[in-house]
Design a protein around this ligand. Structure first.
Ligand code: C2O
Ligand code: CU
Ligand code: CU
Length: 448
């Protein structure tokens, strides 16, 4: 392995649209050779998305469009897996612009399939967002961050031990951005839009620049925030996305900007006690420690016509209000000896309905993490607003907008509010630590 390698964003851009309407897509094991991530889908709100999914990997799979609100048979429920042949996707893009993504969702083997490279961006645009004239083309970089174990021959391998499966999830020692370990990318001194996706199985990143440089968060899982938020760091758990603006013309010295994951605490109170995020003797950086992600090498081509004028109000959002909620549910997350992580005391069963919801209802769900490890909880078929979180952390910048995945640290309670307007049928919600999900930390919700 040669570090650092150059990030090939041209390749990523060239692949844009290659999952386009009417085209066929073959699921094949993609390996560590620059073919990560999968093709980036670009669609606009109001369009119809049609794709033939061919499964040639020799095991069960089905594709889920993470964050998209689609009919139940289009959502990649694990009951819809195919072991060969094809599955036709055909749905309308009915939701706001945002950085969504896609990945397989077969029960018990989502972790290894995503790990081998089966994941990609699903980017939705709309008129509201286009009117903002955000940096685009080569100034807009979709970046998926994934940690991997790589053997002596340069091959990625997936081989979690029993405790990794049941407790911490699978952590890797190499940090890949778009499939390349700690890459660099050449940028101009001007603003860039970075669409960040944590596509890791279990690792959480605290996105920051080495020199505590400010950046501007403009979007989260479900698209643009109501208002831009400036910050020096941002937690990004598996499954979560963040849309950020970085101005490389300001404040960076030495023509280099290093994107890192900054140290953070695995507990509800910011202290060092109470969290067990990894195992003794595990290889690679500790969960919560500091390590580099990638480097931006800043060129000289000054371009004065390129500042971004962000309006005070980025986007019109109407979050449901607490008084709209007709029901409150408590979702308890526990770790049990020999069984692993449970949701309300149960492991996933393919057709058992765990939560029945009336279409159109607004509900408040409270996730309670009684276990010593973090759980990024993801709900299909909906975008929610985080209301509050117990302990000291409060809401992070991305939580001022729409979310489909929210991190619940050990000891925390996180309350979210949402209106279930998706078509009637069966969907899942689960922990997006993929080893937890595969071990059964998933449940069904039915909209009736
Ligand atoms: Cu990204 Cu059900 O998952
Ligand atoms: Cu999802
Ligand atoms: Cu979990």
């Amino acid at each position: 392995l040669q570090f650092p390698e150059k990030l090939d964003t041209d390749q990523l851009r060239a692949s844009r649209g290659s999952l386009a309407i009417g085209e066929e897509y073959t699921l094949d094991g993609l390996h560590f050779n620059g073919s990560l991530p999968g093709p980036t889908v670009h669609v606009k709100k109001g369009e119809r998305f049609q794709v033939q999914f061919h499964n040639d990997i020799g095991e069960e799979s089905i594709i889920h469009w993470h964050g998209m609100i689609v009919p139940p048979d289009m959502d990649g429920h694990p009951k819809d897996v195919i072991s060969e042949g094809r599955y036709s996707y055909d749905f309308n893009i009915n939701q706001r612009a945002g950085t969504y993504w896609y990945h397989p969702h077969p029960h018990k083997i989502t972790g290894p399939q995503v790990y081998r490279g089966l994941a990609g961006f699903f980017i939705v645009t709309d008129d509201e967002e286009e009117a903002l004239n955000l940096p685009s083309g080569k100034y807009e970089l979709p970046l998926v961050i994934q940690d991997r174990k790589i053997d002596d021959t340069g091959q990625i391998y997936y081989d979690p031990s029993m405790p990794e499966r049941m407790m911490t999830g699978y952590l890797g020692e190499h940090i890949l951005v778009n499939g390349i370990p700690n890459p660099y990318h050449e940028v101009q001194p001007r603003p860039y839009r970075l669409r960040l996706l944590n596509g890791s199985n279990a690792r959480i990143y605290n996105i920051a620049f080495r020199n505590e440089h400010l950046f501007t968060v403009i979007g989260s899982d479900g698209g643009l925030l109501p208002k831009p938020v400036e910050t020096t760091e941002l937690l990004l758990a598996p499954g979560e996305r963040a849309d950020i603006l970085v101005d490389f013309s300001k404040g960076f010295t030495g023509k280099s900007a290093e994107l890192i994951s900054r140290k953070f605490s695995i507990s509800s109170d910011g202290g060092m006690m109470g969290g067990m995020a990894q195992l003794m003797g595990q290889e690679g950086p500790d969960q919560g420690s500091e390590f580099p992600l990638m480097e931006f090498r800043i060129g000289n081509e000054a371009d004065s016509s390129t500042s971004v004028d962000l309006p005070q109000q980025l986007s019109n959002v109407n979050f449901p209000s607490r008084t709209d909620a007709v029901r409150k549910r408590t979702i308890e997350l526990n770790m049990e000896m020999m069984r692993g992580h449970t949701i309300n005391g149960r492991l996933f069963e393919m057709l058992r309905v765990d939560e029945e919801i009336t279409q159109g209802d607004t509900e408040i769900w409270e996730f309670i993490n009684n276990s010593p490890v973090p759980h990024p909880m993801h709900i299909h078929a909906v975008q929610f607003k985080v209301l509050n979180r117990s302990g000291n952390r409060g809401l992070i910048p991305t939580e001022t907008g729409w979310k489909d995945t929210a991190l619940v640290m050990p000891g925390e309670r996180v309350r979210v509010i949402m209106t279930f307007n998706a078509p009637k049928g069966l969907y899942v919600f689960h922990c997006h630590n993929l080893e937890h999900e595969d071990a059964g930390m998933m449940a069904n919700l039915e909209i009736t």
